[in-house]
Design a protein around this ligand. Structure first.
Ligand code: FE2
Ligand code: FE2
Length: 486
């Protein structure tokens, strides 16, 4: 039997940032317990203290999460209950230790129930410390050794068998894409209703946003990779959904709780609702691409947006959407538009949406006026506007979120190969080494395989490094092809 299981929760009840904090503590404590037990017997006070500390951190996590611990090792990252962990400086070595340990035994998942006893933990630690994996069949020998132990509250699964989450499962990605495109069509419907002065129905949008929040809580990169899709649906609808994706991921990064992430997503989706009645050529452009002759007409969309939302009986949770619709072009330094009689501060939702709005507009081609701006240049523009146009804290969080090579972007490697960025780097020491998938070899022949940018050659040098970002148009990947490779 290849799988020894325990029960599983359906979704992480804790917000991702809290899970990540627990994750660092748990991984550090587990490493310490395993390493200490290599030096002393279980009767020794150091080992007892280390095991106690791990058990306490486990209890703290399971009681707050309301579920068992599920630690997953995938490629070069660890996930805890569906949330990909990000080691900090002090926990980086422990992360590597646990990853190596899981990899050596071909273990993809370790689950521990809250009821786990001290003896079981000792047995697990002993198993990891004494079992010598058979290099040809590491899992088979490890599972055989585990089966001889009494581990009713501990589950172990082989690498590759844990594929049921939205993060990894192909079906999960297809569902995510379905939600993405469906949300665009819901926005189309709302904009159409504004134009024809019909009542606005937000129920479907709200439902879609909640699902997007849930997916983002599992790992923001799945949704972020879709935000590279531009110009789908009615003018402005795709932009609204992308801004919602960036805003939710940003809100999560800034530590907003799940309930607020839903409200933020709705506000982001509706931020440009006032553009519904603008001429078509102004609906899909950002502020910086508007010809001066159209500036006044364009600026009117913030009032129109507020009016459209005020005319609806919207739930209290959506009231902040009105603020965002009115003030998303009002700058952090209290200039911009609309002009207010009394200068006021933008609220946090508006400051988040302003950054997301700028990024999506700049990375969207405005044919025939200009191509899409490269992500790197957009980041520099955001940093230039930090403290004047944009809130510096939000800009910093966004730069952190997107990294040097944003998820979904195409990159050329020093080997001549072309690749797509799937996930941000897992190792904070190597921010220029995200998780990638190869799309073509050095001769331009199509391939489709994962490559690890941390792999070394026989001389101890990195086998592959990223040379530069490529524009989607440069590599001539159409929407259909893009969706099959992300
Ligand atoms: Fe706008
Ligand atoms: Fe916008």
């Amino acid at each position: 039997m290849d799988r020894l299981t325990t029960g599983r929760s359906k979704a992480p009840p804790l917000i991702a940032s809290a899970v990540r904090l627990h994750g660092r503590t748990l991984v550090t404590n587990l490493t310490f317990a395993i390493k200490t037990a290599r030096l002393y017997s279980f009767a020794h006070s150091n080992v007892a203290a280390a095991l106690n500390e791990f058990k306490e951190s486990l209890s703290a996590f399971t009681s707050q999460a309301g579920s068992a611990l599920h630690l997953l090792g995938m490629d070069d990252s660890l996930s805890l209950n569906e949330v990909r962990l990000k080691p900090d400086f002090s926990s980086a070595q422990s992360f590597q230790f646990i990853l190596d340990l899981l990899k050596a035994n071909d273990v993809g998942e370790l689950s521990i129930q809250p009821a786990v006893g001290r003896e079981e933990l000792e047995a697990l630690v002993t198993l990891f410390n004494t079992h010598r994996p058979n290099p040809d069949e590491p899992w088979t020998s490890f599972a055989a050794a585990a089966a001889k132990l009494q581990l009713p509250n501990i589950g172990l699964a082989r690498t590759g068998e844990r594929k049921a989450s939205l993060l990894d499962d192909k079906n999960g990605r297809i569902i995510t894409m379905g939600i993405y495109f469906k949300t665009i069509s819901h926005v189309d419907a709302v904009l159409g209703a504004v134009r024809s002065r019909k009542p606005l129905h937000f129920r479907q949008l709200k439902h879609a946003i909640q699902t997007m929040v849930d997916i983002t809580l599992c790992g923001e990169h799945v949704m972020l990779s879709l935000a590279n899709v531009k110009g789908y649906g009615e003018p402005g609808s795709n932009h609204a959904v992308n801004v919602a994706i960036f805003s939710i991921a940003l809100g999560l990064k800034l530590g907003l709780p799940k309930k607020h992430l839903g409200d933020l997503g709705m506000a982001a989706l509706l931020h440009d609702i006032g553009k519904a009645n603008l001429p078509e050529h102004l609906r899909s452009v950002g502020q910086h691409d508007v010809p001066s002759s159209d500036a006044d007409a364009y600026a009117s969309h913030v009032h129109a947006g507020m009016d459209a939302l005020l005319s609806e009986h919207i739930a209290e949770s959506c009231v902040r959407s009105i603020n965002v619709a009115l003030l998303h072009h009002y700058r952090f330094d209290r200039t911009g538009f609309p002009r207010l009689l009394t200068a006021k501060e933008q609220d946090l939702f508006t400051r988040i949406v302003a950054v997301a709005d700028f990024y999506d507009n700049a990375t969207t081609p405005q044919q025939p006026v200009r191509p899409a701006m490269e992500a790197e240049r957009v980041m520099h523009s955001l940093l230039d506007g930090s403290g004047t146009e944009f809130d510096p804290i939000v800009v910093k969080a966004f730069v952190n979120l997107m990294g040097l090579y944003p998820v979904g972007s195409m990159v050329r490697l020093n080997t001549g190969e072309l690749a797509i960025v799937l996930e941000p780097p897992t190792n904070p020491r190597f921010l220029d080494r995200p998780r990638i998938k190869l799309l073509s070899d050095s001769m331009g022949n199509p391939v489709e395989e994962f490559a690890n940018l941390l792999d070394l050659d026989s001389g101890g040098r990195f086998r592959r490094s990223i040379l530069k970002l490529c524009q989607m148009e440069q590599v001539q990947l159409d929407l259909g092809e893009y969706l099959t490779v992300i």
